[in-house]
Design a protein around this ligand. Structure first.
Ligand code: ASP
Length: 317
């Protein structure tokens, strides 16, 4: 089965075929985005609402551009100034918006599971743009597209995900996606930043960067998520960079053609050396951003198709 879901809430329930279908369509949107005229009609007449309860630069801009390029009417709700501040619950806000009949609701929220809960209450398609430490499906899909285009495949690769795994929804979604596509995933970081239950994730775990990076094809760095830390997870940022920060010396342990990724925002000089992040021979960080728009176009296009198919079936039933 391909991607037939009503919502995109996480990677957990996606099949390899569904993932491939989204990536294949995204590939065609990369070509469109590189053309002088970037408009398509896939979402013409539809309304997309972006509700971001947590700060976002790239993801919100990316979803907005994706919707506009496909012809949707896009509205960004500024949740900082919304009724939430007056004590309205997430569900009440969502129900109010739902009554305005949007077709696509893009939601980022600090609590794990909140986006799935909201999806049960509304009649439109919901896309999870990050819920707490839980999932960030479009980030994992854009990372997968970047890897597939750079490496020519998305299976039987060795991929090291490094740093603050415990607080990272990007890591969780990537571990699931890369595992489903039959890659070897290594987690590299200090034991204090490994999630509990790491043994059940089907990954190899290292606390030494040089060992963890040995012969990998992809090095995926993560931001140190200080906003989710409430105490002594690391001795100091300087010490962290010394042991776990990616620089050219540590990268030399990976394969010669290994690529360097980071979901951004980056803490330069903490988890990654600034020069390496800008080194276009190794770093694909800007390409990840480009793939983000294409993947979000593909995901929203497919959700709109699924909604139309469900409506047709409803009429025929
Ligand atoms: N932008 C990503 C996220 O929203 C990664 C990060 O914030 O470090 O999870």
């Amino acid at each position: 089965m391909g991607f037939t879901d009503r919502h995109l809430l996480g990677i957990e329930h996606l099949s390899p075929l569904a993932i491939t279908e989204i990536l294949d369509l995204a590939d065609s949107y990369v070509a469109l985005n590189r053309a002088p005229s970037k408009h398509a009609d896939a979402l013409r007449g539809l309304t997309q609402v972006n509700m971001f309860f947590e700060n976002s630069t790239r993801t919100q801009a990316s979803f907005e551009l994706a919707g506009k390029r496909l012809g949707a009417d896009v509205m960004n709700m500024s949740m900082q100034t919304s009724s939430i501040k007056k004590g309205e619950t997430l569900i009440d806000t969502a129900m109010t918006l739902n009554a305005m009949r949007p077709d696509l609701l893009v939601v980022r929220h600090p609590h794990a599971g909140s986006v799935a809960l909201l999806a049960q209450k509304v009649t439109c398609a919901v896309l999870n743009a990050g819920d707490g430490r839980h999932e960030h499906p479009t980030q994992a899909l854009l990372d997968a597209l970047t890897i597939r285009r750079r490496k020519g495949r998305l299976h039987r690769l060795s991929i090291a995900i490094c740093g603050d795994i415990a607080h990272s929804r990007v890591a969780r979604s990537n571990i699931m996606l890369l595992g489903k596509m039959e890659n070897r995933v290594r987690l590299v970081g200090p034991p204090t930043l490994m999630p509990s239950g790491v043994a059940d994730l089907g990954v190899e775990v290292y606390d030494d960067m040089r060992e963890g990076l040995r012969d990998v094809d992809v090095v995926m760095m993560l931001r140190l998520q200080k906003e989710r830390m409430d105490g002594g997870f690391i001795p100091s940022e300087r010490e962290f960079f010394h042991r776990y920060g990616l620089d050219h010396e540590k990268l030399a342990h990976a394969k010669e053609d290994a690529i360097v990724m980071h979901p951004a925002p980056m803490n330069r000089g903490v988890e990654i050396d600034g020069d390496l992040a800008d080194d276009i021979n190794r770093s694909v960080i800007q390409e990840q951003v480009e793939m983000g728009v294409a993947v979000r176009m593909a995901a929203m296009d497919l959700l709109a198709r699924n909604a139309r198919a469900a409506a047709r079936e409803g009429v025929m039933a």
